[in-house]
Write a protein that binds this ligand. Structure first.
Ligand SMILES: [Zn+2]
Ligand SMILES: [Zn+2]
Length: 619
């Protein structure tokens, strides 16, 4: 029987919140939420006024997101009269008919007209600025329906990505670390994230013997993609004051060799936080700035709306709302955010902070409530009907069925839309039972708009139940591309792996679905995600197509990253398609994804991204 390292869904665990407990802002927000103290700190003096007056607190007089933000309307300055026409374009409107147009005009932050050059010019008037697109393709801005931008941004800001997107082998990763060491002054930390030896070819782990030769002058810290393992060099242990005498904290481990000596590997955040919190950037990085930088960076991929599916995890309190709010009020946000308060804080904590469904405005809004049924399939903690390959382990339930149903009934009863994480087939059974219980209780499911997150393993009987209950799916399509071979060979075996991310079957059954990155599980690149769903090729064996019967058309994949995502995030009235009256979020590309080879979709150049009527990226 194979021994696997078990780990949960990194996005849905509290790792990031724990890792950043030393961060000054995180600490303040957590404290304020706990004490109800809204007096501002010195560090807020130079901040936007919102930071001083209106910290989210618990208690009866809590300032709610609703109070902090205008219900509707724009918060970023632009003349409402300013009109721009894009002519001679190939506008893929992604309306119901997937219709094409020649031109589009925007006025202020809204779409004014879509049609022929002449039609649009007539509506826009003589004073409009005209941009000749010379045949370029215009699409609605892309929407990542499931990511973790608030907790992920801060990690992204202070940890360099060394994951499989960019580095195929462990040696490549080590080379990159050495490169950084050679160009960084001695004594400064080198910190990395998303190292994944389960997928990246080479050694299974990193130890002192790998990292010490790279540098004895720089503390080096590397976080595993799972978020539950980390590695450091001797220097990092030394500056953290951790010696061979250290004892393991409850629930964590400093891994030792046969002689009882530390190896540099650590399990669980309670252990590796003792190293990581000595990295000064961890303390100082400003979450709002990190978030703004992340969204600015992602504009190059055409993302105009992103999401936070575990709101509250960073500050371990509703304080996360404050971060989102400040970002939205800064006037510098390059993408919109739709957020889901996370269940581990408890419904009462969110109610006390007066955070409710629909709070916010078009830039930042509370979209729904998030529950979690199980762990991660590649971490062998997704809850399964049958044991994992060559094992008697069936995974883990994060919520018991009764508990999940009670929580869902309570939230839905207060008007919440629900997103429930389910990776394993048995977890999805439990989620469907929960949604059935809502129907039985007479809950209006059109208001709940229930979605299953990742929804990784689906049987035909489950697809039928989803259709009947009006449940939609959001697929982490990188599971197919990055982990497809591991799913086939290590996790499920060939037969069950065919049930992974069943996009075509969902489409045929009339089940709505989206594609997502689950950032930081994968870094979001919408064109690449579209390509993954269209080809279902795998990273490890590029000629192997995992479940070819589940490939979808380019049009369907585009919908999954635009109009369907807008619908799942309760924003279909304002986003997701290029139609008059909707918000002016669009992406301009060199080519139409339908016109290139399927394995070239990810290489299409993004030329410009516009959000809220403003150009936020230009190549
Ligand atoms: Zn997630
Ligand atoms: Zn998840």
């Amino acid at each position: 029987m194979e021994e696997h390292e078990l780990y949960g869904c990194p996005c849905c665990s509290g790792t990031i919140g724990c890792l950043f407990r030393v961060n000054e802002t995180v600490r303040d927000l957590k404290e304020q939420a706990a004490t109800g103290d809204d007096s501002f700190r010195n560090r807020d003096l130079d901040r936007a006024s919102i930071g001083r007056r209106n910290f989210i607190r618990t208690g009866a007089a809590a300032a709610s997101l609703a109070a902090l933000m205008p219900k509707e309307g724009r918060t970023q300055a632009i003349s409402t009269e300013e009109t721009t026409i894009f002519t001679n374009a190939k506008v893929l409107t992604v309306d119901d008919a997937f219709s094409e147009a020649e031109a589009i005009a925007i006025r202020g932050n809204r779409i004014l007209a879509v049609g022929s050059n002449e039609e649009v010019r007539t509506v826009a008037g003589k004073n409009a600025a005209v941009i000749d697109m010379q045949g370029k393709t215009v699409l609605p801005g892309f929407i990542d329906a499931h990511a973790h931008v608030i907790s992920g941004a801060i990690a992204d800001d202070v940890m360099e990505y060394v994951g499989m997107n960019s580095y195929a082998t462990v040696d490549d990763v080590l080379q990159q670390i050495a490169q950084r060491a050679s160009e960084t002054p001695a004594g400064e930390w080198l910190v990395f994230r998303n190292f994944d030896p389960a997928v990246q070819e080479g050694a299974e782990t990193l130890t002192f013997s790998d990292l010490d030769p790279i540098s004895s002058e720089h503390p080096i810290f590397v976080l595993n993609a799972s978020g539950h393992i980390a590695y450091a060099n001797s220097k990092a242990f030394e500056v953290s004051g951790i010696t061979n005498d250290v004892s393991d904290p409850p629930g964590g481990e400093f891994v030792r060799d046969a002689e009882g000596n530390l190896t540099g590997m650590m399990k669980n955040n309670v252990a590796f936080i003792q190293i990581a919190e000595n990295y000064p950037e961890m303390t100082k990085v400003e979450p709002v700035d990190a978030l703004l930088r992340l969204l600015e960076n992602w504009a190059q991929h055409g993302l105009t709306t992103v999401s936070e599916l575990s709101l509250g995890v960073l500050c371990q309190s509703p304080g996360d709302v404050q971060i989102m709010t400040e970002a939205a009020q800064s006037g510098r946000m390059k993408a919109r955010i739709r957020a889901y308060p996370f269940y581990t804080l408890g419904a009462e904590a969110w109610d006390r902070a007066d955070v409710m469904q629909g709070n916010g405005n078009a830039l930042a809004r509370i979209a729904g409530y998030k529950l979690v049924a199980d762990g991660s399939n590649q971490g062998f903690t997704g809850w399964q009907r049958e044991p994992y390959l060559g094992s008697d382990n069936r995974g883990l339930r994060y919520m018991e069925p009764d508990e999940m149903t009670a929580a869902a009934l309570e939230r839905a009863g207060k008007g919440w839309h629900l997103a429930i994480h389910g990776n394993g087939d048995a977890a999805i059974d439990n989620i469907l039972d929960t949604f059935q219980a809502l129907v039985d209780a007479g809950v209006d499911m059109s208001r709940v708009r229930p979605r299953i997150e990742h929804c990784s393993i689906l049987h035909d009987d489950q697809i039928a139940r989803m259709k009947k209950l009006g449940v939609s799916a959001s697929f982490l399509i990188g599971h197919v591309y990055y982990w497809g071979i591991a799913m086939r060979d290590k996790v499920f075996g060939e037969e069950k792996a065919q049930l992974l991310d069943r996009c075509r079957s969902a489409e045929k059954a009339g089940i709505r679905f989206t594609l997502h990155s689950d950032f930081m599980v994968t870094d979001p690149n919408p064109l690449h995600m579209i390509e993954m769903a269209v080809t279902r090729r795998t990273w490890k064996e590029p000629d192997y197509v995992l479940a070819p019967q589940e490939t979808i058309s380019v049009e369907t994949a585009i919908r999954a990253m635009t109009s369907e995502a807008a619908w799942q995030l309760f924003s279909d009235h304002e986003l997701g398609s290029l139609e008059p009256g909707k918000l002016a979020d669009l992406v301009i590309m060199e080519q139409d994804p339908r016109d290139v080879r399927q394995d070239e979709i990810k290489n299409i150049r993004i030329l410009e991204t516009w959000m809220d009527g403003r150009q936020v990226y230009s190549a």
